[in-house]
Design a protein around this ligand. Structure first.
Ligand SMILES: C[S@@+](CC[C@H](N)C(=O)[O-])C[C@H]1O[C@@H](n2cnc3c(N)ncnc32)[C@H](O)[C@@H]1O
Ligand code: SF4
Length: 383
C-alpha cells in the first residue's frame, strides 16, 4: 500500500487591527470599518483554500489557526464559513484544534460567544500586561480592567484558553513580573505564552529606543526575567515545551504551533501568509500576496493568492533545525542528513560538552541553557 499523504494544519491570516501597536511588525492594517473589503477578503481566503486543496490532495486536518492582526474582529459568520470549508476540503481529525487570536477589549469580549458558536474552541488572548501603565506604554487599546474581564469571559466560553504576555518591558522589575504572572495564573489558563519584548526594526519602538525615549531592560535583567518566567510557571505545573510556550500538561500544548515546530505541513491563506507543503517528495514554500488589495485581486484573476518556491534539501533541513531546536523534543538526526549532522559530528559533540545540546543519540535537542542561546547554536550547526 502507498504511504498516505502527510496531514496538515491551516493558518488563516486576518490583518485588521483596531489600533497598530508601536512594537508590532506583523502584516497588519488599521481597521477602518471597510466591511465591503473585509467580506471580499473572507471570500478570497475561502477561494484560496480551495486552490490549495488541488495542490495538497486529500489530507487529514490537524488544526486551524486564525491569526493576525486581530481575527477577533472578523465577522463570526465568516469564521464559521472558513471552518466549514476547511472541514469539507480536508478530513478533520477527531481532535481537530480550532484556535483564534483575540484582543481583550470589552467590545471584542462581547463577540466571544458568537466566535465560540462559529466553532472556535481555543482562544489565544493577547493580554500582554495586567497593569494600566504598562498597557499604555505598549500602546494597547485595552486597560487592565478589560483584560481581567476578557480573561474571565474567555475562561467561561472556551474549553481551552491561552494567554499571551509581553515581558522585559521598559521599567519592569522582577518582583512586579512575579506578581503579574501569579495573578494571571489565578485565572486558570491551560497555556501561557510569555514573549520577551523584541524591538523590531522599523517599528515606532525602534525609533523611540533610537531617540532614547524608551530604554528596554539590559541583557542581565532580561535573562533574569526569563529565568523567573521558567521558575514561576514550572512551579505552577506548566512545562516549557517551547522557548516561549508553556502548557499545563501535553494535552494543553498548541497542536497548531507544534505543526510548525515539528516540520508538519501547513497551508497558509490570507495576506502575507506562509505555507509549507511536502509535494512529490520535496518541500514547497508558499507565500501569499502581502497587501490586502493585491491578494484579493490575485485570487480573482488567477484563482490563487500565493507564489510557490521549491526548497532545496539543505534549505528544508536548515529550517527544520531552526524550528526543531525551539521545542524540548528537538529534531531527529535522521532529518538532518542534508546538513551532515549526526551524534558523532565534531561540532555536535563539542556543543554537547559545552552543555548546549543534550547527550542524545537519536535526537538533536537543545538544553535549557542552549535554548537561551538558540541563534548561536543554529549558527554553528547550520554552517
Ligand atoms: C500577532 S500578535 C496577534 C495577537 C493580537 N492581535 C494581540 O496583539 O493581542 C501575537 C502575539 O505576538 C506578541 N508580540 C507581537 N509583537 C511582539 C514584539 N515586538 N515583542 C514581543 N512579543 C510580541 C504579542 O504577545 C501578541 O499577543
Ligand atoms: S500586536 Fe496585535 S493588535 Fe497590536 S498591531 Fe500587532 S497584531 Fe495588531
Amino acid at each position: 500500500m502507498q504511504n498516505p499523504l502527510p496531514p496538515l494544519g491551516l493558518y488563516v491570516h486576518w490583518p485588521y487591527c483596531a489600533r497598530i501597536c508601536p512594537y508590532c511588525d506583523f502584516n497588519v492594517v488599521r481597521d477602518r470599518g471597510r466591511t465591503d473589503e473585509q467580506a471580499a477578503l473572507a471570500d478570497a481566503i475561502i477561494a484560496d483554500m480551495t486552490a490549495h486543496r488541488t495542490l495538497t490532495g486529500p489530507r487529514r486536518l490537524l488544526s486551524i489557526f486564525f491569526g493576525g492582526g486581530t481575527p477577533s474582529l472578523m465577522d463570526p459568520a465568516a469564521v464559521a464559513r472558513v471552518i466549514e470549508t476547511a472541514k469539507a476540503l480536508w478530513t478533520p481529525e477527531g481532535d481537530l484544534e480550532i484556535s483564534l487570536e483575540a484582543n481583550p477589549t470589552d467590545a471584542e469580549a462581547g463577540r466571544f460567544e458568537a466566535l465560540a458558536d462559529a466553532g472556535v474552541a481555543r482562544l489565544s488572548l493577547g493580554v500582554q500586561a495586567l497593569d494600566d501603565a504598562s498597557l499604555k506604554l505598549l500602546g494597547r487599546n485595552h486597560d487592565a480592567g478589560s483584560a481581567r474581564r476578557a480573561i474571565a469571559t474567555a475562561a467561561r466560553l472556551f474549553p481551552r484558553l491561552s494567554v499571551d504576555l509581553i515581558y522585559a518591558r521598559p521599567g519592569q522589575t522582577d518582583a512586579a513580573w512575579r506578581e503579574e504572572l501569579a495573578e494571571m495564573l489565578a485565572y486558570g489558563p491551560e497555556h501561557v505564552s510569555p514573549y520577551q519584548l523584541t524591538i523590531e526594526a522599523g517599528t515606532a519602538f525602534d525609533r523611540a529606543v533610537g531617540r532614547g525615549k524608551i530604554v528596554p531592560p539590559d541583557e542581565d535583567l532580561a535573562a533574569q526575567l526569563f529565568e523567573t518566567t521558567q521558575e514561576v510557571l514550572e512551579a505552577a505545573g506548566f512545562d516549557a515545551y517551547e522557548v516561549s510556550n508553556h502548557a499545563r500538561g501535553p494535552a494543553a500544548r498548541s497542536r497548531h504551533n507544534l505543526v510548525y515546530w515539528r516540520g508538519v505541513d501547513y497551508v497558509g491563506v490570507g495576506p502575507g501568509a506562509h505555507g509549507r507543503l511536502t509535494l512529490a517528495g520535496g518541500k514547497v514554500a508558499t507565500t501569499a500576496r502581502l497587501k490586502i488589495a493585491d491578494y484579493i485581486a490575485a485570487v480573482a484573476r488567477d484563482g490563487t493568492g500565493f507564489d510557490r518556491e521549491d526548497l532545496t534539501p539543505v534549505e528544508a533541513a536548515e529550517e527544520r533545525l531552526l524550528l526543531g531546536l525551539r521545542i524540548d523534543d528537538g529534531v531527529a538526526f535522521t532529518e538532518m542528513a542534508a546538513l551532515e549532522l549526526s551524534p558523532d559530528t565534531p561540532k555536535v559533540k563539542s556543543l554537547v560538552e559545552a552543555g548546549l545540546l543534550a547527550d542524545d543519540p537519536v535526537r538533536l535537542r537543545a538544553t535549557r541553557q542552549g535554548r537561551l542561546l538558540l541563534d548561536r547554536l543554529t549558527g554553528v550547526l547550520a554552517t
